[in-house]
Design a protein around this ligand. Structure first.
Ligand SMILES: Nc1ncnc2c1ncn2[C@@H]1O[C@H](COP(=O)(O)OP(=O)(O)OP(=O)(O)O)[C@@H](O)[C@H]1O
Ligand SMILES: [Mg+2]
Ligand SMILES: [Mg+2]
Length: 319
């Protein structure tokens, strides 16, 4: 068996060699996992689905390893992390361990952690001058009036920082409703975000699927009748959409700012221009492939083929 470093040197000169790729996923039967596996195999790679929650990590200065089902995971060229929203802590530790072993990860562990925290995500995007909805953050403020004022009063959107699939995202139509919801979240000791309501988006948002430096597919998601949240899990419907050049470049810039190579960038068309709502590090493939007909899994495998041998595993973003 060739050592990883030696193998990489050979690969640099011959990018068509089959690779050994691990998909880190809790469930091999998920649509995204299945599609990545079958596409990778169709391109002649050896694809293993590994349940990262079942792995254990051996940390030593000279020989780091990861053990799954009693076997050390060795000689992988690349990993595709598909870390569940509730598994960020352990999932990113496993990704980090692969990085320490010199394995190329489609998304770096630090970038995944960064994107999982909505506050950190919006702070990074703001720092890069990317358009955002006017947003306030709070934990236990006594000054609820001031917080509501910062986003221009009701109607406004209140979000739990750790929410996903639209759960924990509330539209408060009146000042009184906003105040009660903020007080309720405060009582639960939760971190919250208060955001201007982009009414003109009319319950729709746009998901841009970024791979490398390109948007490979984009869809418009429209919320169910009477629902302001467009999430497919909340009954939204999706269709392919043509982006403006500005939307394309902003989606790519947002993924870059987060340090993500594969990302689902969600944007809204507002009266004051386009605004980014969030950047997801394990975007699902089912909705986007079905709505657009684009083979997104193939784009991801192709990205690995082009980058696994030459990429550096060190993450240069320092915050
Ligand atoms: N400020 C806003 N103005 C208008 N609509 C909004 C706003 N914020 C969120 N929405 C709607 O609510 C949906 C859910 O919000 P958001 O994406 O922030 O939540 P989430 O729980 O993180 O979802 P995801 O599963 O995409 O991670 C959005 O897709 C959008 O349609
Ligand atoms: Mg989210
Ligand atoms: Mg979202």
């Amino acid at each position: 068996m060739l050592g990883n470093r030696f193998y990489k040197v050979i690969r640099k000169n011959n990018l068509n060699l089959p690779m050994k790729i691990a998909i880190l996923s809790e469930d091999a039967s998920l649509y995204s996992t299945k599609r990545l596996k079958e596409t990778g195999e169709a391109r002649s790679h050896d694809i293993k689905v590994i349940n990262y929650l079942r792995c254990y990590i051996n940390i030593a200065s000279h020989k780091h390893s990861i053990i799954s089902l009693h076997q050390p995971l060795e000689n992988f060229d690349a990993i595709i992390p598909r870390i569940g929203a509730l598994r960020t802590f352990y999932g990113t530790a496993v990704v980090r361990q692969f990085e320490m072993m010199g394995v190329f990860s489609v998304n770096q562990s630090q970038a995944i952690s960064r994107s999982r925290d909505k506050l950190r995500c919006l702070q990074i995007l703001a720092r890069h001058g990317i358009g955002l909805p006017v947003t306030g953050f709070a934990h236990d403020t006594e000054d609820i009036d001031g917080l509501i004022e910062t986003v221009g009063g009701a109607p406004l959107v209140i979000k739990l920082l750790e929410g996903t699939q639209g759960i924990g995202v509330v539209l408060a139509e009146t000042y009184q409703a906003a105040k009660s919801v903020i007080e309720a979240f405060r009582g639960l000791n939760a971190n919250i975000l208060v955001q201007e309501y982009i009414k003109e988006a009319k319950g729709a948002d746009i998901r841009c699927f970024v791979v490398g430096d390109k948007v490979v597919a984009a869809m418009k998601r429209q919320g169910a009748e009477g629902e302001f949240r467009s999430n497919l899990h909340r009954g939204g419907k999706a269709e392919g959409i043509k982006l403006t050049p500005e939307e394309r470049s902003t989606a790519v810039r947002s993924a870059n700012a987060m340090g993500l190579k594969v990302a689902g960038v969600d944007l809204l068309r507002s009266n004051h221009g386009l605004v980014i709502m969030e950047v997801n590090s394990s975007p699902g493939l089912e909705g986007i492939e079905k709505a657009t007909g684009v083979d997104v899994a193939d784009k991801i495998i192709e990205f690995i083929e082009k980058n696994a041998a030459t990429a550096k595993t060190t993450d240069r973003i320092k915050y």
